[in-house]
Design a protein around this ligand. Structure first.
Ligand SMILES: N[C@@H](CCC(=O)N[C@@H](CS)C(=O)NCC(=O)O)C(=O)O
Length: 308
């Protein structure tokens, strides 16, 4: 079994970002398919209530969010790098793509013709259940209309195309970076659906770049059941090294909650065992998964002290 376990599902864009990063780094991994909608009992056993997809597991450590997963993969396999020194702005462009570009692509893609292609052959109850699941999940966001999203998407695609017009292989030149994977997963989402795919056609440099990034593939992986992943966490004897750095506003051992600030904001409660500029780590005890360390990125998540 490969040590890196990715919990994901096939049609998830952020999962595609991580699958491509694993392929880029040639890291072998284990695939655990998770449900697209709640309930997700095995996910909750491991994360403590954070339901977003994907997350990465190594033993009894869980890393939530593709931005943090990128850092973990980089540490394990520094070359080829997702953060090349030649592209200092790559993490910022990635953050823009994972938020603004993604939330433009979603309403554009889910216009009636795109949604029909995405759910082709699915029973109507399944489509209804998906819509009912995502409404509260995204209630904190103001969703763009289809005309708004289409106009914005054209502007974004034109700028990205112009960035590549000098013949660069990747968005920041000869070296791939995290920005390529964050932009690619957004475009991958609609490019697979014929009724909405054509918006990319006028942008020749960008379309060729997307084909190049997707050709990286997902690398070698094998499958595991989610129940086995929970058992594996319970059997783990140690956790990744972590610690609370001083001066960051919280103390080791404090009872806290951590929640995303944008959408899917369900808080996870636990004991603070790690805090740096990059991540916050909670220890929590689950009756099935045992003592789990759940890691979140620092940016985009709010830490709150629990009242004693
Ligand atoms: N910032 C997160 C965003 C993750 C996200 O929005 N994932 C979507 C799927 S692509 C999700 O969680 N959808 C609801 C679900 O899977 O339950 C990341 O980078 O991982």
């Amino acid at each position: 079994m490969n040590e890196l376990i990715l919990h994901h599902y096939d049609s998830s864009p952020f999962s595609e970002k991580v699958r491509l990063m694993l392929g880029f780094k040639r890291l072998p991994w284990t695939s655990v398919q998770v449900p697209r909608i709640m309930p997700k009992p095995d996910v909750v056993a491991l994360t403590g209530g954070h339901r977003r997809t994907p997350f990465l597991q190594v033993g009894a450590d869980i890393w939530c969010d593709s931005a943090l997963i990128a850092r973990v993969l980089e540490e394990r396999m520094p070359a080829p790098s997702l953060f090349p020194p030649s592209a200092p702005l790559a993490p910022l462009l990635a953050q823009w793509a994972d938020s603004t570009l993604f939330w433009t692509v979603i309403p554009y893609t889910m216009q009636p013709a795109g949604a029909a292609a995405m759910f082709a052959g699915a029973p109507p109850e399944m489509v209804k259940a998906f819509a009912a699941d995502r409404a509260p999940f995204t209630a904190t966001l103001k969703r763009q209309t289809v005309p708004d999203a289409t106009a914005a998407l054209h502007a974004y695609l034109a700028a990205l195309d112009a960035q590549l017009a000098d013949g660069s292989e990747y968005l920041f030149g000869a070296d791939a970076s995290i920005a390529d994977f964050s932009v690619a997963h957004c475009l991958w989402f609609f490019r697979r659906l014929p009724p909405v795919a054509g918006i990319l056609d006028p942008y020749k440099f960008l379309a060729a770049w997307l084909a190049r990034v997707l050709a990286i593939g997902h690398g070698p992986h094998e499958r595991m059941d989610s129940g086995d992943a929970v058992l594996l966490a319970a059997a783990a004897k140690s956790h990744a090294k972590t610690g609370v750095e001083p001066g960051l506003g919280f103390e080791p051992g404090q009872a806290v909650t951590v929640a995303a600030t944008d959408y899917g904001t369900d808080p996870v409660a636990g004991t603070l065992v790690g805090l740096t500029a990059d991540e916050v780590v909670l220890r929590r005890i689950d009756e099935r998964a045992g003592t789990v360390h759940v890691h979140f990125p620092r940016i985009g998540f709010q830490i709150k002290a629990e009242k004693a």
